[in-house]
Write a protein that binds this ligand. Structure first.
Ligand SMILES: Nc1ncnc2c1ncn2[C@@H]1O[C@H](COP(=O)(O)OP(=O)(O)OP(=O)(O)O)[C@@H](O)[C@H]1O
Length: 576
């Protein structure tokens, strides 16, 4: 029942809908009482040989009216209560999705995608069931159960009623004991399902690697092992779940036996008539659903409770990136002043950046080079506010970047990551992803700057060609250039290219850097690259090693100094 308390905020908000639903449930329960009584009356008149055509017409009219009433009332409560459940589903789904989109990088390192997906699917369905079938069962058990028992007492006999409902407390006891067991097993089943989703998702994403290394058999074996484990745990859930119906059926059967035995005795004693006993059996039939429902109710509530806790635990995880309460909404001349004394990843042991300091006046270009893993991309992650906790200060336009709203900061920056991702939509939509209001002319201009316009024109449907999972596959270099166009289309004041031309040939790369220098609107540019040719025209180049700047200067100066830059330049010259 705790889940009702947890969802009180929702039921209170939707009180009108639920009150109307419950009112119609009440009317359904009342109309349910009429038919057994009418049949009982029919039996009595027939037994006493008093049945006339008038009586028959009267009874048929009553039964028809009650049946029609039930039809309308059932339709009405279904609409109300099911509508409420759908609304809860919508709210939880968008709350979770919004939360996921706003979480920091460490969140996605802590939780695997399959697990996050499971919370969006299975868990939400389990909670939705509480607001739908759960509320229905709860209200119906009380309303139908209550009105039926009152009718049994008023229209038949209070002693028969008391004796017939003796088995009911056993039903509640059974539901409580099995429900608790079910709760534990269900939590394990959900965790196993999450793991299986993770496995499926990972195999689908890594399908090319699996095939290239001929690991299909091993992967299927691993998958089957996880499926078997999930099935074994689900079997335990079903084992307990399966006990509900027969136990409930047994208790109801017992009620019928008591009714027939004690009811026959009362007829012989002339305390009740045959018609009353027939009506009573009808009422017991009316009680069958609320009784079953109580058993089911505990099941639905326990599942919903476990799932709601899982959803809430995720929703309560705060993002490490906090929006400043009086965030600055405008950013003027975006001169960059980067001064990090020390930065360690939240789950790391050693600082990844130490004493990294540089400035980038608006309009200039900075090249960042260095060994693999030396901390180049980390600089960018801090600039993009993927992590806010560090010793030092990063200023843009003279202010701490953490003082700007994230929107303002990210609107200023155009970022092209190492691995490009295309959405399943047209090339045009992929380029104008940051702002769908961008017109085709602007899209094409950005594509020209990224040296991808001609490639797009050559596609079957040009800019309207579908790419991504549902469309054609572009080459690695084409994807990178579409990503560059995507960053350029919003005319950022700071453009960051994080090794984003690695799959592009040297000639095209030169073309792109030339375009950016001569044809793009004025902007600052940060280029991270393994190829020194990409940064040779930069106003300033820094060389990183183990998170520290070991060399800095212009290309012409750096090639004269003995060190990593000159060595690398020599080596790369030989390869051209
Ligand atoms: N999210 C993270 N959590 C913990 N450590 C990380 C994380 N991301 C990167 N690192 C570590 O930080 C160090 C610097 O990584 P970074 O990606 O900045 O290097 P890089 O110079 O850009 O490398 P590459 O040239 O391969 O892209 C590496 O040792 C890396 O393992």
């Amino acid at each position: 029942m705790g889940i009702f308390k947890k969802l009180w905020w929702f039921f209170y908000k939707q009180k009108r809908r639920y009150l109307i639903g419950i009112l119609f449930l009440f009317l359904t329960a009342l109309s349910n009482l009429i038919i057994p009584r009418a049949i009982g009356q029919f039996a009595d008149w027939a037994n006493q040989r008093q049945l006339t055509a008038g009586h028959l017409g009267q009874l048929l009219g009553i039964i028809l009216a009650a049946g029609l009433g039930q039809y309308i009332f059932r339709y009405a409560w279904r609409n109300q209560i099911w509508g409420g459940a759908a609304d809860l589903e919508r709210q939880l789904r968008s709350q979770l999705f919004w939360h996921y989109l706003n979480m920091d990088d460490t969140f996605f390192q802590r939780h695997r995608i399959g697990d996050l997906m499971a919370r969006c699917t299975n868990d939400i369905t389990a909670v939705q069931n509480v607001a739908g079938i759960g509320i229905l069962t709860f209200a119906d058990s009380i309303i139908t159960g209550g009105t039926t028992i009152i009718a049994m007492i008023l229209f038949v006999d209070w002693k028969l009623t008391l004796i017939a409902i003796i088995p009911l407390p056993f039903l509640a006891l059974m539901a409580a004991v099995l429900g608790r067991l079910l709760h534990q097993r269900f939590a394990q089943a959900q965790a196993a399902f999450s793991q299986l989703s993770n496995k499926t998702q990972e195999s689908m994403t890594g399908i090319k690697v699996i095939k290239t290394l001929g690991q299909e058999t091993e992967d299927i074996a691993d998958f089957n092992q996880q499926v078997d484990r999930t099935i074994a745990i689900n079997r335990q859930v079903n084992f307990i779940d399966a006990l509900f119906d027969p136990t409930t059926g047994f208790i109801i059967g017992l009620t019928f036996v008591i009714t027939i035995l004690y009811g026959s005795h009362l007829i012989l004693q002339q305390v009740i008539t045959i018609g009353q006993l027939i009506a009573f059996v009808g009422y017991i039939n009316n009680l069958v659903w609320p009784m079953f429902a109580i058993g089911r109710l505990f099941n639905v509530l326990e599942r919903g409770n476990a799932s709601y806790d899982r959803i809430q635990s995720i929703l309560h995880e705060p993002s490490l990136i906090a929006e400043h309460p009086n965030a600055n909404l405008s950013l003027n001349r975006p001169d960059l002043d980067f001064n990090i004394q020390s930065f360690t990843y939240p789950d790391g042991q050693q600082p990844v950046l130490s004493k990294v300091q540089f400035t980038l006046p608006f309009g200039q270009t900075l090249g960042i080079v260095g060994r693999v893993g030396s901390g180049k991309s980390t600089i960018v992650k801090l600039l993009l506010r993927r992590f806010d906790q560090y010793q030092g200060l990063i200023k843009i336009g003279g202010h701490d970047i953490r003082s700007y709203s994230l929107d303002t900061l990210l609107q200023t920056i155009g970022y092209v990551p190492q691995t490009s991702f295309l959405f399943s939509t047209t090339v045009q939509n992929n380029i104008r992803f940051g702002d769908y209001a961008t017109n085709q002319q602007q899209v094409q201009k950005a594509a020209q700057l990224g040296d991808i316009d001609q490639d797009i024109q050559n596609l079957t449907d040009g800019y309207q060609t579908l790419v991504g999972e549902r469309g054609i596959s572009l080459s690695g270099g084409q994807k990178q250039r579409v990503s560059i166009a995507r960053a350029l289309v919003k005319q950022p004041q700071i453009l960051i290219l994080d090794d984003s031309t690695s799959a592009v040939d040297a000639k095209t790369e030169v073309e792109i850097t030339h375009n950016l220098r001569t044809n793009a609107p004025k902007q600052s540019t940060i280029i991270i690259s393994q190829r020194l040719r990409s940064v040779m025209d930069a106003d300033q180049i820094i060389v990183l090693e183990a998170g520290q700047i070991i060399q800095r200067g212009k290309h012409v100066d750096l090639i004269q100094q003995p060190g990593w830059y000159a060595d690398m330049w020599q080596r790369q010259q030989m390869n051209y």
